[in-house]
Design a protein around this ligand. Structure first.
Ligand code: GZL
Length: 321
């Protein structure tokens, strides 16, 4: 039985980091006090990922942490290779965003045996062994799915056919955003998910799947896309089919990156649930504590909201990503 770490009791907002016991790692990789961090990134698949990478790289510089960074092109084997190379380099701490939830125990056990602490950021893993990492910093994806479902329940009237563009198969945000959304729309039997398929969190993937849905589905009222990029791809397909996105077919997405917020302000998307990619500052603060052998919360949840079309028009100029 695999157990996903969703301990609410230890959930704290980043600003109030507290303490609970962990091993060091300080003796590995920190030459003359400089902390070295090996970061294995998922890839560069979306606007969210680009913003997340920039945040990590910028904040490492600000924190004086020597960052070794790799892009796995959304392949788990590449992330595992990168983690192994960081172990060989004896970095002070390893951080990564697991592209999928399973298949990490072996390599994380190698890091543990090398006495190198691991921090999960953005996405979680499913494992029985919660000693394999010190903390998981990132969003509550089930809650993000619930927010999307709540909006649809409040705004749908009559029989409503939904097509769903899922994120990467097996990825925590794809599994949990689906789960939260379905939990909420269950309260309104008129809302039905008539088709659901992965677009792999990319714009091209969202466009291709939406083109297929438009051919196979006699009636589509709503698109629920697990990220803005797939929603933007769906907009291209909807326009090519001679329909008006945001009007003929309503669109709900997750992330709130600039391009998504612009489409929301333009009326082509109807509602966006924010997923904050700016995890760099929080990650570096956690890394310093972990390397110093201080204790950190098992789970740190980032703050994020939602946006309507009117709200997007107001906040767009101030958005950082
Ligand atoms: C969510 C993150 C997801 C984004 C996508 O925290 O893992 O991956 O929602 C990105 O845009 O590709």
């Amino acid at each position: 039985m695999l157990k996903k770490i969703t301990t609410v009791a230890s959930v704290v907002l980043l600003s109030a980091l507290t303490a609970c016991g962990s091993g060091g790692g300080a003796e590995t990789g920190s030459t003359g006090g400089t902390i070295t961090m090996g970061f294995a990134q998922v890839g560069a698949e979306s606007g969210w990922r680009t913003a997340n990478t920039k945040s990590i790289q910028d904040e490492a510089k600000t924190a004086g942490i020597d960052l070794k960074f790799s892009d796995a092109q959304q392949k788990q084997e590449n992330q595992i290779k990168a983690i192994r190379s960081y172990i060989q380099q004896k970095v002070s701490v390893i951080a990564f965003s697991p592209v999928v939830e399973t298949g990490w125990d072996t390599v994380l056990l190698e890091a543990k045996r090398a006495n190198i602490p691991v921090i999960l950021t953005d996405r979680s893993i499913d494992s029985d062994d919660t000693s394999l990492y010190k903390t998981f910093l990132g969003s509550d994806f089930v809650e993000e799915g619930r927010k999307a479902g709540d909006w649809l329940v409040a705004n749908a009237s009559g029989p409503t056919n939904v097509v769903e563009l899922q994120g990467t198969t097996g990825a925590a945000p794809a599994i949990d955003r689906k789960k939260g959304f379905e939990e909420k729309i269950a309260s309104k039997p008129d809302i039905k998910v008539v088709a659901s398929q992965t677009g792999d969190f990319t714009r091209s993937g969202g466009k291709q799947v939406m083109e297929a849905f438009l051919k196979s589905q006699p009636k589509i009222d709503v698109v629920y896309a697990h990220n803005d990029d797939m929603g933007l791809g769906a907009i291209e397909a909807i326009k090519a089919a001679g329909k008006v996105p945001g009007k003929d077919i309503k669109i709900i997405t997750v992330d709130a990156v600039k391009d998504g917020m612009q489409a929301l302000a333009n009326g082509e998307i109807n509602f966006i649930v924010e997923c904050n990619p700016l995890l760099g500052k929080q990650l570096m603060e956690l890394a310093k504590k972990v390397v110093a052998g201080e204790q950190v919360p098992e789970r740190v949840v980032t703050e994020e909201g939602t946006f309507t079309q009117e709200q997007a028009k107001t906040v767009l100029p101030q958005r950082q990503y």
